[in-house]
Design a protein around this ligand. Structure first.
Ligand SMILES: O=C(O)CCC(=O)C(=O)O
Length: 291
């Protein structure tokens, strides 16, 4: 089955993102959501974790415990929470299934259902259509965008966090497991912005230093008027070029917006920066998409 037409490929290369309706069936979406709800029911939350996840770098990594937890999460399944979901004793003040911002970063490796979707023939076919020679999976996340409290994701380029030389080798695959609308925090893009390089990089600081990561360069000023919403129905997917500027707003609605997302890198003739926060490990080298 061909998942991308020539026109799709052209549109992706031109705009830096591409919406693919009906990429997964409703049943596949429900199965992923059901598995996630089992994971959440059983999750064991370490004490230092009972402080919130934030897309603001400084806030996110302000304690050593949280910084370690984040930076070693590339080959694990770990939990990152919304703001204000714990009281000052670290007890949940919202139902635990409404507390999470996201789970990452190795669902694609350790959760069979997520692994099978990641390595499905549809995803492989799509990579072939984009002429990827040796694509590997870098990371995966389940993002909840909780009703009422799901935080905004500020404008960014994924290559800021997943830097390669040359650029242009990383692509996100973002799959809506529920309808994603303007009201519940769908993605917004600046079409064509992937053609302008990146303005900042997140790098590991030298061993023994705290904080564990820092930025080189600055996030550029983004013109709000240039952002275009990309609402997508349950089962729809969005391909995200590593350098396209995108964001999502807070979820102020009463409906969640669950997504499963993962990043693919063309590893042929590509250098993965040893300064990236995410590094392949002995336990989990970046797996080949085609295997
Ligand atoms: O799902 C979202 O709200 C944001 C996701 C995103 O920006 C990303 O994965 O790069």
């Amino acid at each position: 089955m061909e998942v991308l037409t020539e026109q799709d490929v052209q549109k992706y290369r031109e705009e830096g993102y591409l919406v693919l309706e009906c990429f997964l069936s409703p049943e596949e979406c429900d199965a992923l959501r059901e598995r996630m709800s089992e994971i959440v029911e059983r999750m064991d939350v370490p004490a230092h974790c009972r402080t919130q996840f934030s897309t603001d770098h400084d806030e996110q990594l302000k304690s050593q415990g949280n910084a370690d937890y984040f930076i070693t999460s590339g080959d694990k399944i770990r939990y990152f929470f919304e703001k204000g979901v714990f009281d000052d004793k670290g007890e949940f003040i919202v139902p635990r299934e409404r507390s999470l911002n996201k789970i990452g970063h190795a669902l694609h490796a350790y959760e069979p259902l997520f692994k099978s979707i990641t390595h499905s023939s549809k995803v492989q076919n799509l990579a072939q259509k984009l002429e990827l020679i040796n694509p590997v999976i870098l990371q995966s996340m389940y993002i909840f965008k909780q009703p009422g409290i799901g935080g905004e994701v500020t404008p960014h380029q994924d290559a800021t966090f997943l830097y390669t030389e040359p650029l242009g080798r990383v692509m996100g695959m973002w799959i809506a497991l529920e309808d994603a609308t303007v009201d519940n925090g769908c993605l917004w893009f600046t079409p064509g912005s992937h053609k302008n390089g990146i303005s900042r990089r997140m790098v590991r600081t030298p061993k023994g230093m705290f904080p564990l990561t820092d930025f080189i360069g600055r996030e550029q000023a983004h013109d709000n008027k240039l952002f275009v919403p990309a609402p997508v129905k349950k089962g729809g997917a969005i391909l995200i070029h590593g350098e396209v500027v995108h964001r999502s707003a807070e979820n102020t609605s009463d409906r969640s917006r669950h997504v499963y997302t993962f990043h693919i890198m063309e590893s042929e003739n590509t250098v993965w920066s040893p300064e990236n926060w995410l590094q392949p490990t002995e336990e989990l080298p970046f797996p080949s998409l085609y295997s």
